[in-house]
Design a protein around this ligand. Structure first.
Ligand code: CDV
Length: 311
């Protein structure tokens, strides 16, 4: 019997700096409602889906920085999302800035949670690959201060038994790193959920700008194929506070083929019926890890100049 998750890539258009949490949550609930009408089991929202992408600004005032973070999840403004999930029987992936009291100190993470159809949090992931820089760089047209505002995630890349399958999460820049998918692939992941905020313009390497859409697809299609899993990648898109962000949210099958896609730069839902068993033929043949991976042969003695020559 096939195992189907009907998944909605719930892309968001721009979120203004002054947008209230309640206004954003209302947009998310509208997408959950649309997803429910189309029979979705799960919707995937972008990275930092509750606010504008604040790391684009250098903010000297920590109180202002912290105003973009959630101290509770669900909290007073986000509880309605969990109610909607419960009422409509649609789970969700949500990216948000998390302020946590841990180990006797206040910590800041770029986080995603997985919420099931009963409105219960069944998984949490904290972004590991934080791009950008930690100090103000005035030469840039806009900043990318994730290394200033967030700590590296401390939860690894766990997978979760939910929605009848094995699901994992990643956040934005993580999708460019093969380790992200492989660490979850080695745990038999069947679907990887990824939210992102990707500016078209890359200040340190503007020569990559024309390739931003190509690279977005390339990494998620190869991650899916090489690990025989579904990948759902969802953007915060469009012109947000003067910064143009790519859209192109996609749903990728274990074959590496794109089977669903957003075509606008606004709030939009792209839907696909994802058969989790579609990965099996790859897992039993070309990507049978137990039979064909050679981890012992990957170990190579290297020095700072490169590979050591054979004896
Ligand atoms: N939010 C991100 O992680 N964005 C990066 C940008 C800075 C390149 C990304 O990999 O899309």
């Amino acid at each position: 019997m096939s195992r189907i998750i009907t998944v909605g890539a719930a892309q968001l258009g721009p979120i203004a700096r002054e947008a209230t949490r309640s206004a954003v949550v209302a947009r998310l609930i509208a997408l959950i409602e649309q997803a429910a009408r189309h029979g979705c089991d799960l919707v995937v929202f972008p990275e930092l889906a509750l606010t504008t992408f604040f790391p684009r600004w250098y903010l000297a005032d920590q109180v202002e920085v912290d105003s973009f973070f959630e101290r509770q999840m669900p909290g007073p403004e986000t509880g309605a999302l969990f109610d909607a999930a419960r009422r409509l029987g649609v789970g969700f992936y949500l990216g948000y800035a998390e302020l946590a009291e841990e180990g006797g100190r206040t910590r800041h993470f770029n986080t995603a949670i997985l919420v099931d159809k009963r409105g219960e949090i069944v998984g949490k992931y904290r972004k590991i690959h934080l791009p950008g820089h930690a100090e103000h760089e005035p030469w840039r047209r806009f900043q990318h201060l994730e290394k200033r505002y967030f700590e590296t995630g401390n939860l690894g890349f766990p997978v979760f038994r939910a929605f009848g399958g094995v699901l994992g999460m990643a956040i934005c820049n993580d999708r460019r790193w093969p380790e992200t998918y492989r660490v979850m692939g080695l745990q038999d992941v069947e679907m990887v959920l990824i939210g992102y905020n990707t500016p078209v313009h890359n200040p340190p390497a503007p020569e990559h700008d024309d390739l931003s859409q190509f690279h977005n697809q390339l990494v998620m299609q190869s991650g899916a194929y090489q690990n025989a899993c579904w990948v759902v990648g969802v953007a915060k898109a469009g012109l947000e506070e003067g910064v143009e962000q790519i859209g192109n949210s996609i749903i990728v099958a274990p074959s590496g083929e794109i089977v669903g896609r957003c075509t606008t730069l606004g709030d939009e839902l792209a839907i696909a019926r994802c058969d989790l068993d579609l990965g099996l033929s790859y897992k039993r043949s070309v990507f049978d890890f137990a039979r064909h991976r050679e981890p012992q042969a990957y170990r190579m003695i290297v020095d700072r100049k490169g590979a050591t020559p054979p004896p």
